[in-house]
Design a protein around this ligand. Sequence first.
Ligand SMILES: [Zn+2]
Length: 187
Amino acid sequence: MDAWIAIGLAYLATRRAMPALGASAAVLRLRAQPEYRTLRPELQQGLDRIADELARKGIPIQIVPRTGGARTWAQQAAEYAKGRTVKSPVGPYTVSKPLGATVTNAPPGQSPHTTLGDDGKPLSAAVDVFFGDWERPRDKNQNDQDDWLELELAAGNTGLETLARAGDYGHIQLPNWRALPQPKTLG
Ligand SMILES: [Zn+2]
C-alpha cells in the first residue's frame, strides 16, 4: 500500500510541476488583451469557447498583439503593403518576392478586421490568434493532432470560419462579415 501512496504522491507532484492552464484563467487572460475589446460581441463569445477548449487540451491561445483585432483603414493599408511595397516581417525573401510574403489579401474596406460598429468606429468581425509562436507543424500537447488543426476544429464547433486552408493560420471570422458596414475612405 505504501508503494501505491508513494506513486500517487509522485504523480500529484508531477501534476503540480506542470499545471495545465485553467480554462477560465485562459479566457480571463485573453479578455485582458486590449485587442479583445475591439471584437464584435458575438465573436468574443465564440473566441471564449475556443480559448476554453484549447486551454483544456493544453494548447492555450492568445490574440496577436496590435494587429489581431480591429484595424483602421490606415492600419489595414499598412498590413496590405507588407510584402507588396514595404518589407514584410514574414519571409522567405526570394528574387521574385524580394519584400517577403504578403500578410493579407484584403485591402482596407474589404477585410473583416475593418468592419464598423454602430458608432462608426472599428469593431472587428475577425480575430487573429496564435500559440505565442507560429510553429508549423506543431503538436505541443502531443496528442498526434496538429495544434492548428485543433484550432480550426474548435472554431468550426462554434460556427466561426477559419482561413487555414487559404494559408492564413490563426485567422477566425464571423461567416456574415461581408454584410457588415465598412469604412469608405481613409479614417
Ligand atoms: Zn485576420
